[in-house]
Design a protein around this ligand. Structure first.
Ligand SMILES: [Zn+2]
Length: 67
């Protein structure tokens, strides 16, 4: 089965993003919701929003990608 990769944000809507496989954040974070964001925009920062990206998800994702 194809893995369902998505970007999640904390439910408080604080622009803190995680990477999720089948809606489960890689780092194990709870209380997140799926966002309609492409993974290709992961790590991008817009000047006025100040997005943050989970370092643990980033690390784990790079590991998966390199496998
Ligand atoms: Zn995370």
């Amino acid at each position: 089965m194809e893995k369902d990769i998505s970007v999640h944000e904390n439910i408080s809507g604080n622009y803190f993003y995680h990477i999720a496989i089948n809606d489960a954040p890689l780092c194990g974070a709870k209380n997140t919701m799926r966002r309609e964001l492409s993974l290709s925009s992961w790590g991008m920062k817009s000047p006025h929003i100040g997005e943050r990206y989970c370092q643990e998800c980033d690390r784990l994702w790079k590991k998966i990608e390199n496998d």
